[in-house]
Design a protein around this ligand. Structure first.
Ligand code: ADP
Length: 522
């Protein structure tokens, strides 16, 4: 029985003014009621006569403090306290144990980790329990306030961060928009599926399309009908492979309908995981450049034709002079030197003519059954006879069936070019020529042990007028390999090179034996 000292009026409590919810638990109902009455106003006591009931109540609502009668065997006060502490909602609610007068209070807390915890002893003094309940409630209120305050601060910090990010994103968008307006290119951004999301003012001005008409797939209408299919396919290929797009096409100028050539470049934009989230594309006007290239090629074509006629006449005259007259040895050497120079000039002019033919798309193949081994043998034979090549060692190896349907003259030109380069850049060391028949292709390898090519130059040397650094001491205009690659590609073949500076080079050509049927368009 809870000893209740005195039945005097409840002591005046100065604070708080608000009602304070306290949960009182005891295994003995009478004591439970007595404790509830002792607390009186401003406490709003709820009574629980079992641990289960107490836990149910605390799950339903918040209490400022919980009084646990730890003196009744019917309710294990410590087990209840542990269960209360284990729950998130009641983890920090102050607990007040009711204990026997002679109980060892420190033992109660030892090892239990119940904090904050207080206790009152029997017989329970009204003022003491009220004061303790008030102190606990006050503590709980302060804790709640400070937790609320921290939460408020965190919320404010989150809000500020969000605002900062939004402002930074808006500033970045503005800079992007300004940049796209400042450059002369037409700029578009597409989503990952190829739908237009943004276009700059230059795009709208040039194409005369509105934003609405450009959106989605509308932008495609700005492309010349003849280039549209090819362009869309190239875009689709890039969208599915994620590779950078680079393509030439004509775009319709809105105000006069002129179709001007543009170079389109597009880069994928990826998120942090590397997934493509969109495409950034630019169209730059290449009409003037195209015109200049056309004019150059036309000039080269005309000039080469015009140069070839007097040159052929000159060469014939020199040759007949060499045969008819019986010059002394010195004069004969000079005549032969002059004939070689005319032949060099002829080769140069042929290269220029070929280049202009290729860029005008006029490289036509005349295919017949040809043996690559025979061609290699003839070219090596002619190279051996060249003056100044005496003592040069050639290792010619021919393996298997090396016949295919190719343009004999053009393939001869490729072999000639590779062998003359091997002589020119081979430092006088042996040159290997290896022709090998595979299942449906024939392979030619020309290797030397000369100056070699720097890795940085390897990809350039197959382009027009490109020469490697190391070869600058030798004469040449950088057209031979360009033409060779065009010829090999026209035969659906491949040409590549392996080389090390100072160690030599190995050029490899692979030619399919027969013309492959063109890939059907779908
Ligand atoms: P050219 O020899 O007239 O300059 P090519 O197009 O035949 O033009 O060759 C392009 C460049 O490639 C050469 O200028 C040279 O720098 C490099 N090159 C070609 N073949 C060899 C080789 N066998 N060894 C080293 N460099 C080579």
């Amino acid at each position: 029985m809870v000893g209740v000292r005195g039945r005097q009026k409840p002591a005046k409590v100065s604070e708080p003014v608000d009602a304070v919810d306290v949960l009182v638990t005891s295994g003995r109902r009478r004591e439970l009621r007595a404790l509830g009455q002792l607390l009186g106003a401003p406490f709003r006591s709820e009574l629980a006569s079992s641990s289960r009931e107490a836990l149910l109540r605390t799950a339903e609502r918040d209490f400022a403090a919980i009084v646990i009668d730890a003196t009744s065997p019917a309710l294990d006060g410590f087990a209840l306290a542990r269960a209360i502490r284990a729950r998130q909602r009641t983890r920090r609610v102050p607990l007040i144990f009711v204990i026997e007068r002679d109980a060892d209070a420190p033992r109660i807390y030892r090892g239990k980790g119940f904090a904050p915890v207080d206790h009152v002893v029997r017989p329970v003094d009204r003022d003491v329990i009220r004061a303790k309940a008030l102190a606990s409630a006050d503590l709980a209120r302060r804790e709640r306030r400070s937790a609320g305050h921290t939460e408020e601060l965190e919320r404010a910090a989150r809000r500020a961060r969000k605002l900062e990010l939004t402002a930074a994103a808006a500033a970045a968008d503005k800079r992007f928009a300004n940049l796209t307006q400042a450059i002369p290119e037409l700029v578009v951004t597409l989503d990952s599926a190829g739908s237009l999301e943004f276009c700059n003012r230059r795009w709208l001005e040039y194409t005369g399309l509105s934003i609405e008409h450009s959106r989605g797939r509308g932008w495609v209408l700005a492309i010349h009908p003849d280039d549209r299919r090819r362009s869309v396919r190239a875009w689709e290929r890039s969208i599915s492979s994620g590779e950078v797009l680079e393509i030439e096409c004509r775009l319709r100028r809105g105000f006069d309908g002129a179709m001007r050539w543009h170079t389109c470049r597009a880069l994928p934009e990826r998120d942090d995981d590397g997934t493509i989230v969109g495409w950034l594309g630019t169209y730059s006007d290449s009409e003037e450049l195209k015109r200049a290239i056309r004019a150059r090629d036309e000039f080269l074509s005309i000039a080469s034709h015009e140069l070839r006629t007097p040159l052929t006449a000159l060469k014939l005259r020199l040759e007949s002079l060499a045969h008819t007259a019986a010059p002394d040895e010195r004069a004969a050497r000079r005549l032969n030197g002059a004939i070689r120079q005319t032949e060099r000039l002829e080769r140069l002019i042929d290269h220029l003519l070929d280049a202009s033919r290729i860029s005008a798309g006029r490289l036509v193949l005349e295919r017949t059954a040809v043996s690559l081994g025979e061609i290699a043998g003839e070219v090596v034979g002619r190279a051996r006879e060249q003056p100044g090549v005496t003592g040069q060692v050639f290792d010619l190896v021919i393996e298997g069936d090396v016949v295919g349907t190719w343009d004999r003259m053009r393939i001869e030109q490729v072999v000639e070019n590779l062998i003359s380069n091997a002589l020119k850049y081979g430092g006088g060391r042996p040159v290997g020529v290896w022709v090998r028949g595979a299942d449906d292709a024939v392979e030619l390898t020309v290797s030397d042990h000369g100056i070699g090519i720097d890795a940085a130059d390897l990809s350039r040397i197959f382009e027009q007028y490109e020469r490697a650094e190391a070869s600058q001491g030798q004469s040449g205009i950088g057209m031979g390999l360009y033409i060779a690659r065009q010829i090999v590609q026209a035969h659906a073949g491949e040409i590549d090179v392996e080389s090390r500076l100072g160690e030599g080079s190995s050029f490899r050509v692979v030619l399919p034996r027969s013309a492959r049927p063109p890939t059907p368009l779908h």
